[in-house]
Design a protein around this ligand. Structure first.
Ligand code: UDP
Ligand code: MG
Length: 314
């Protein structure tokens, strides 16, 4: 039977873990009793360099229960890397993984549906939020803007899906081939391919502890997400340059008429026209150099170029 690993990144979660441990255990046992997963299934808690008691709690719990395992990172590397550490580590010791935040804001009751979809042949199952009514207006608005910009820039992300998802062993293996530094997991997973589905749930409010994603980290994540999947922002500079050159022709007409009517100071016409024209030429040049840098950027990622799903022998 398939061993399920629930991967939970934890950063200063000492207030939350005493609630999370029994909740995840209850869910695991429920799925084991229904015969959907192996009795060897477990939860893997990844301590992301917490400053509080988080690791002591995880260590103690893992000694007392065989369904709890802990992974301690040497320092704080951030949610995306901590989760990756857990997933890459889990790929050798499980058949299915589900990643979820320690605060259990995502609904653990959809685990079963996720596992069912896995048994139906899906390799990746996304947890997708129905509504965002428990989030503040500000968080909702920023998230929405972020998805729009992301998709405009060409990264295929799933709307209203965070990092709550099921991945099969072979999806994890393929995921671990992506060795990029600027990590945005949500953008990479859709690149893996394979059969995928979504399950829907309502997101809850955090019951203990506080959000570890202040605005600063949210903006950093958004910028990482956009810039690591697209060189479109660079192309934007080229467009801006072209626009400026076009404007310089309009400025030319605007400046030349009063010149002949002798309504201007000497020198004004040539100055105005050169500012717009040269500015535009400079922007185009910078953009062009940027295009090459963008190409280098994409090359150095050394992403896997394809992923073979099946091979039929006669
Ligand atoms: N987290 C982490 N490292 C960090 C920040 C956060 O591992 O540097 C974990 C955190 O413990 C939680 C998850 O990432 O399990 C999501 O964080 P949080 O719930 O605070 O984010 P929010 O739900 O507010 O976006
Ligand atoms: Mg949270």
């Amino acid at each position: 039977m398939d061993v399920l690993a629930i991967v939970v990144p934890c950063y200063n979660e000492e207030e939350m873990l005493p609630i999370t441990f029994p909740e995840l255990r209850r869910k695991l046992n429920e799925l084991i009793e229904k015969g959907k997963i192996s009795p060897d299934s477990f939860a893997l808690y990844v301590n992301d360099g917490s400053k509080d008691n988080t690791w002591d709690l995880i260590e103690k719990e893992s000694k007392e229960h065989k369904d709890v395992r802990g992974l301690k990172l040497a320092g704080n590397v951030g949610h995306q890397f901590a989760l990756t550490a857990g997933l890459v580590f889990a790929k050798d010791i499980c058949d299915i993984s589900i990643s979820i935040d320690a605060d259990l804001q995502d609904d653990i009751d959809v685990f079963e549906e996720m596992v069912d979809k896995y048994h139906e042949g899906c390799d990746i199952v996304y947890g997708v939020r129905n509504k965002r009514k428990t989030d503040t207006f500000f968080k909702r608005f920023t998230a929405q803007t972020f998805y729009r910009v992301m998709n405009f820039c060409g990264a295929k992300t799933i709307y209203n899906h965070a990092d709550f998802r099921l991945m099969s062993k072979r999806a994890l293996e393929q995921y671990s081939q992506y060795g990029e530094e600027n990590l945005f997991i949500r953008g990479i997973v859709p690149l893996i391919g394979y059969k995928t589905e979504c399950v829907y749930y309502d997101r809850k409010v955090r019951v203990a502890g506080e959000s570890k994603y202040p605005l600063k980290k949210m903006i950093a994540l958004a910028i990482d997400g956009i810039t690591s999947f697209s060189v479109k922002p660079i192309r934007f500079i080229v467009y801006l340059g072209i626009f400026s050159v076009i404007l310089s022709f309009i400025a030319f007409i605007y400046a030349i008429v009063p010149y002949f009517l002798k309504l201007t100071e000497p020198g004004w016409t040539s100055l105005i026209v050169s500012i717009w024209f040269l500015g535009g030429v400079q922007l185009i040049s910078i953009g062009l150099i940027g295009e090459y840098i963008g190409k280098i950027y994409m090359e150095v990622k050394r992403r896997p170029r394809y992923n073979i799903e099946k091979y039929t022998e006669e």
